[in-house]
Structure formats: structure tokens, C-alpha cells
Design a protein around this ligand. Structure first.
Ligand code: AP5
Length: 216
């Protein structure tokens, strides 16, 4: 399966990518998680990305495209792109990479939600910094507050989930990423999901949209 998850910060792209990964062995490629790992390891890429991420801006296209090119080398069995592409330039570069490999996309899934819901979800999100798994104080709390259910380690609030930065990220989405909705609509592969529903309902809509509803 070769999928792109498109949608604003907090729409639930990462949550649903991890569900598909667990159920169907699909490989989630989250550009945000890869960048955060690079920052934690102090790589050159991590250092370059840091300022942009702290401000809620996009990391420059050239860095992201090179990063994706490396990831695709180990994606022969498919991928779920979570948070990429985010600009028209990234989408065009990705089309060219996929065309060269003769790997057509199966679908581009748009997670649609209103701004108030997104702000609420991000301000109550808790993240496991070791693997990117997320929880939510209201909709999906961990068994013990502040502690990951599986590895027992501490959960953190992402520094870019502060209200000012969330607002900036949502503006950046509207300006730079939303044009991709029209871009992918012309391919006939765009599937729209109502991301305001519960996690289970969204998972159900998603399975239906990509033709996996009977594949449990
Ligand atoms: P990234 O890490 O990709 O962040 P994002 O796109 O802003 O997405 P989020 O992780 O915030 O949201 P999500 O949709 O995955 O929601 P989640 O499932 O966690 O990017 C971070 C930064 O990296 C960017 O700002 C940029 O600087 C840089 N970057 C990354 N990719 C880049 C690129 N391609 N180009 C340039 N720069 C790039 O859910 C959110 C919360 O809601 C959680 O608490 C969850 O438990 C809860 N929740 C989920 N679903 C539901 C539901 N259905 N009902 C109720 N609650 C729910």
C-alpha cells in the first residue's frame, strides 16, 4: 500500500498511521518524527531543522526531499507518508521520485477538521518521545497519567504544541499545504475523511476509503 496522509496539525494523521501499521504492517514514514529523532541525536539535519520547528515553520524543501529519497530506499513494500508532502514543490519532487521507481500512489487521504478542534487536541496531546506514539488527556489517556502504557517511560508535551506555535503551524498549513488538496484532487486519488469523529470511527472511514474494510 502506498498512501499519503494529508491534513492539518492535530487532525489525527499519526494516530491513524500507527493503527494501519499495527493492523496491516504498513510502514509509517513521519517526517516530523524523523526530524525530531535527528534533533535528539544532534545530527547536521537535526541542527538545521531545529529553528524552523521551534517557530512552527516548515523545514526547507531541499532538506526534506533529500530525507525522503533516503527513506524510499527501504520502502519497497509500501509506505504511509505522514506529514509529507507539505508544499507543492515537495509534491512535484515526490511525483518525480515515484515515477522513476514506477510506484504509483494508491490514495491520498485528507483528514478534515476545524481549527478549534485542532487547537484543543494539540493542547491536550502527550507524546512518547522514544517512538512518537501519542495520547490525549481527554480522548485517549494513558493508563497512568504521564507514563507510556507500553514502555513505562515518561510522556512529554511537544514544544511546538504551545498555543502560539500551534496557531503559527495552522496558518502555515493554510498557506503552504492546503494547495495540495487541489493538486491531488486532479489525480482522482483524493479520499476525504471526517476527522472530527472518534479514533475508531475515523479508522473505520479510512479502511473503507482505501478498500481495507474487510481485511481484518
Ligand atoms: P509533524 O510532526 O508532522 O506535525 P503535524 O503535521 O503538525 O502533525 P501532528 O503530529 O501535530 O498531528 P497529527 O495529525 O499526526 O495528529 P495526532 O495523531 O498526533 O511536524 C512537526 C514539524 O516538523 C513541522 O511544524 C515542520 O517544522 C517540520 N516538518 C515535518 N514534516 C515536514 C515537511 N514535509 N516539510 C517541512 N517541514 C516539515 O493527534 C493529535 C492529538 O489528537 C493526539 O493527542 C491524539 O491522541 C488526538 N486524536 C487523534 N485522533 C483523534 C480523534 N479522532 N478524536 C479525538 N482525539 C484524537
Amino acid at each position: 500500500m502506498r498512501l499519503i496522509f494529508l491534513g492539518p496539525p492535530g487532525a489525527g494523521k499519526g494516530t491513524q498511521a500507527r493503527i494501519l501499521e499495527r493492523r496491516f504492517g504498513a510502514r509509517q514514514i513521519s517526517t516530523g518524527d524523523i526530524l525530531r529523532e535527528n534533533r535528539a541525536r544532534g545530527t547536521a539535519l537535526g541542527k538545521e531543522a531545529e529553528g524552523y520547528m521551534k517557530r512552527g515553520e516548515l523545514v526547507p524543501d531541499a532538506l526534506i526531499i533529500a530525507m525522503i529519497e533516503r527513506e524510499l530506499d527501504s520502502s519497497r513494500d509500501g509506505f504511509i507518508m505522514d506529514g509529507f508532502p507539505r508544499t507543492v514543490a515537495q509534491a512535484e519532487a515526490f511525483d518525480a521520485l515515484l515515477a522513476r521507481k514506477q510506484w504509483p500512489l494508491d490514495a491520498v487521504v485528507l483528514f478534515d477538521a476545524d481549527r478549534k478542534t485542532l487547537v484543543d487536541r494539540l493542547s491536550s496531546r502527550w507524546t512518547n518521545p522514544r517512538n512518537g506514539r501519542t495520547y490525549n488527556t481527554f480522548s485517549n489517556p494513558p493508563r497512568v497519567a504521564g507514563v507510556d502504557d507500553d514502555d513505562g517511560g515518561a510522556l512529554v508535551q511537544r514544544e511546538d504544541d504551545k498555543p502560539e506555535t500551534v496557531s503559527k503551524r495552522l496558518d502555515v498549513y493554510d498557506e503552504q499545504t492546503k494547495p495540495l488538496v487541489a493538486y491531488y484532487r486532479t489525480t482522482g486519488k483524493l479520499a476525504e475523511i471526517d476527522a472530527l469523529q472518534s479514533v475508531d470511527d475515523v479508522a473505520h472511514q479510512l479502511a473503507h476509503a482505501i478498500g481495507l474494510e474487510h481485511a481484518h
